[in-house]
Ligand binder design. Structure first.
Ligand SMILES: [Zn+2]
Length: 317
């Protein structure tokens, strides 16, 4: 079954992508980096924070110059998303930006913040950020980001995924999942889709290149989920080079319409404007390399049509 057949929100209104400057038709995303970060801070990445507005602007300009037209930022709640800066950056760069709500693994937060969120109710927070705005920025999120664990799901993952499923039911928003080192794929699908009833076509699995088990990839794709592959990084160099073969195997198994590509820039050193690959590399080197493995048509579809469909939602009015 294709992702499309499973992706409709029950209300079946017009499907649009919620960008920081408003809702747009899926086709308007153009060439899209389906998983990246303009801003990201965490106690896990000391000294490597993505927190410079000026560097974000230059990175977006470099991405635009390479042919990029949209970026989906997977930075969730409490990790320095800088929502208030995103509309200005989108206007100045001419690049559409989609922001996220959601919650990452517990290690990225203080215990005090997590207990405050427990008291407040996580699904209510997610729904508010998707439908009203992030803080008082007026900027609405277009997806819910959560995270699994290494080959399993702890209590925190159960809590955040249950809240994400509730927010999905209320809004139709897609749920994007950080898979720890690419693992835990089937546990995530069992919980989100099996126990919590989220349609697989509304689940986007991230970091699959970090664990290139082609059999597991095919099982997730056969279930109907989206599979997102990241650009290269120092941390994942051991598996990055297998990405084109993993994508080809999925295409050969009939899952071309469920595949996405993202840069996933998570540290300042990885930005192109600081000498790293950054967002432009996705178009400058990754897409051509992928095109050699799967053909130009599919490589293009992954960064255009597929991205638009993955993030399209019939939002409640
Ligand atoms: Zn990411």
């Amino acid at each position: 079954m294709s992702a499309d057949e499973q992706s409709g929100h029950p209300e079946q209104g017009v499907q649009v992508v919620r960008t920081v400057l408003g809702d747009v038709a899926p086709g308007e995303l153009g060439v899209c980096d389906a998983h990246d970060h303009l801003f990201l801070t965490s106690p896990q990445l000391p000294g490597q924070e993505l927190d410079s507005v000026e560097a974000a602007a230059r990175e977006l300009a470099a991405f635009r110059a390479a042919g990029g037209q949209s970026v989906v930022q997977w930075t969730p709640y409490g990790m320095g998303r800088r929502a208030v800066e995103l509309p200005g950056l989108a206007r100045t760069s001419g690049v559409r930006i989609v922001a996220a709500t959601g919650l990452h693994q517990a290690v990225h937060y203080t215990p005090e913040l997590l207990s405050a969120l427990r008291a407040e109710g996580l699904d209510a927070l997610f729904v508010r950020e998707l439908t009203q705005g992030i803080g008082d920025s007026g900027v609405r999120a277009g997806l819910i980001k959560v995270a699994g664990g290494f080959h399993g799901l702890d209590a925190h993952a159960h809590w955040t995924m249950t809240a994400a499923a509730g927010a999905h039911r209320a809004t139709g928003a897609p749920i994007a999942v950080h898979l720890e080192l690419g693992t835990g794929v089937l546990d995530v699908l069992d919980l989100l889709c099996g126990e919590l009833g989220v349609p697989p076509g509304k689940v986007i699995l991230g970091h699959l290149n970090r664990a290139p088990d082609l059999d597991v990839h095919r099982e997730a794709a056969a279930a109907g989920a989206w599979l997102a592959f990241d650009g290269p990084s120092r941390a994942h160099h051991a598996t990055d080079w297998r990405m084109p073969d993993a994508v080809r195997a999925l295409a050969e198994a009939g899952h071309s319409d469920q595949l996405l590509l993202g840069g996933d820039t998570t540290t300042a050193a990885a930005r192109s404007v600081n000498g790293g690959p950054g967002m432009p590399y996705l178009l400058r080197r990754v897409r051509p390399r992928l095109a050699r493995a799967v053909g130009e048509e599919l490589a293009d579809r992954m960064v255009t049509v597929n991205a638009g469909r993955a993030f399209a939602v019939a939002w409640p009015t």
